[in-house]
Structures are given as structure tokens and as C-alpha cells.
Design a protein around this ligand. Structure first.
Ligand code: HEM
Length: 152
């Protein structure tokens, strides 16, 4: 089950990235061409948020109880998390970056419910989602990253 969850977490990364890029392009167009807000945009923002939340939940499980989870792994004698690059990445940097990104996506998507002009909605979503995308890209264990890199 553990391996399956890591694969699912990995696969969801692509779904989150594709939906985020589509949402960013659409919100930029809506903002710049002063479009009227459409149900299609509402749906794509919702799916982006849901995919991010599911990835977050699987990540939280791995963080605590996965094969390198904080509750299931003991660090080698005499080392500390912050000195060990692998554990610093998977216990601190990756979760912090990703949790912040999911908060940005959730807050950004929340503008749907606000009574504000449509171009302002698009503008807010654009900036929130762009910031989330940058954080996600920066904290993914891309192949080639020293020690923490994973295959795609
Ligand atoms: C949108 C959010 C996230 C994305 C896109 C993402 C992406 C990834 C990717 C691509 C991997 C490598 C998977 C592999 O080796 O096949 C990974 C591993 C991991 N992620 Fe995330 N992640 C996200 C959120 C989180 C969160 C919020 C946490 C913890 C709270 C987390 C904890 C972990 C852990 C512990 C691993 C290593 C799992 C293992 O090798 O056993 N992730 N993540």
C-alpha cells in the first residue's frame, strides 16, 4: 500500500501542475480582457483545489507514517534533522513549501464567493495561483536534485 501511495502522490503532482497552469492562463486572460466570470472557470479552480487537497492528505500520511515518516523512522545516532539533507527536505522543506502552496490555492480559490468585480477575481486568482505554482516547482524532488531527487 505504501508504494501505491507514493506512486499516487507522484502522479497527482502532474494533475496539480496541469490544472494550476490552465487556471493561471485562464485567470490571466480573464483579468486582462475584463471577462465576465464563467462557471467553467469556477469548475477548473475547484478541481485545482481538490487535487491539491488530495495530494496534501497523502503527503501528510507519508510525512507521519510513510517509509520515511517521522513516526516510523529513527534518525541515525548523533544526527539531527536539520543537518541531514534528505530528512530536512522530506520532513521540513517539502512539507512546508507544499502546505503553504495549498493554503495559497485554497485562499485564492475562495475569491469565487466574494462580492467583487469579475476582473478583480481573475487578478487575485492569478497571483495566488502563480505564487503556489512557484512554491510547488521549487519544492518538488525533481530528478537531478542532489540526494533528494526522485525519478518522474
Ligand atoms: C501539491 C502538493 C505536493 C506535491 C506536488 C508533492 C509532490 C511530491 C513528489 C513528486 C514526491 C516524490 C514521489 C516519488 O518518489 O515518486 C513527493 C514525495 C513526498 N512527499 Fe510530497 N508533494 C506535495 C505535498 C506534500 C505534503 C503536504 C507533504 C507532507 C506534509 C508531503 C510529503 C512527502 C513525503 C514524506 C514524500 C516522500 C515519500 C516517500 O518516498 O516515501 N508532500 N511529493
Amino acid at each position: 500500500m505504501q508504494t501505491g501511495l507514493v506512486h499516487l502522490h507522484n502522479l497527482l503532482r502532474w494533475i496539480v501542475l496541469v490544472l494550476l497552469v490552465i487556471s493561471i492562463v485562464k485567470s490571466y486572460n480573464g483579468w486582462k480582457s475584463k471577462k465576465v466570470f464563467t462557471p467553467g472557470d469556477k469548475k477548473i479552480w475547484l478541481f485545482t483545489m481538490i487535487s491539491a487537497h488530495v495530494t496534501l492528505l497523502i503527503g501528510l500520511y507519508q510525512w507521519l507514517a510513510g517509509r520515511y515518516g517521522m513516526l516510523t523512522t529513527s534518525l541515525p545516532e548523533g544526527t539531527s534533522v536539520m543537518k541531514e539533507k534528505f530528512y530536512r527536505f522530506f520532513w521540513v522543506e517539502h512539507p512546508t513549501g507544499m502546505i503553504l502552496a495549498v493554503i495559497l490555492i485554497t485562499v485564492g480559490r475562495g475569491v469565487v464567493k466574494k462580492q467583487i468585480p469579475d476582473p478583480v477575481k481573475y487578478k487575485k486568482v492569478f497571483w495566488f495561483f502563480l505564487a503556489a505554482l512557484i512554491l510547488i516547482l521549487a519544492t518538488i524532488p525533481w530528478p537531478g536534485r542532489e540526494i533528494v531527487g526522485r525519478s518522474m
